[in-house]
Design a protein around this ligand. Sequence first.
Ligand code: ZN
Length: 95
Amino acid sequence: MAKILKPNNNLKPCKSCHEMISKTAKTCPHCGDDAESNIKIVMGIIGIIIFIIIWIIIKSMTSQFEQDIQNNIKAYENQAKTMQKKAKEDYKKMF
Ligand SMILES: [Zn+2]
C-alpha cells in the first residue's frame, strides 16, 4: 500500500498510452510503443552534425591564421636578408 503511494522516481508516463512505465524501459509494457523518444535521437544527430560543422569552421579558421603567421615570418625573413645584404654591401663600400 505504502509502496504504491510513494512517488517513484524511476517511473515516467508513456508518450502513447500515458501509463507509468520504467524510465529504463526501451518499450512500453502496456502498449508496446517505443518509450525512447525519436526526437531525442534526431536532436542528438543534429547536435553532432552542428558540432562537426563548427569544428570544421574553427579548424579552417585556425589553419588560415597559421598560414598568415607563416607568411608574415617569411616576409620578415626576406626583409632581414635584404637588410643584411645591404649592410654587407655598405660595409664593402666603406673599405
Ligand atoms: Zn504505452
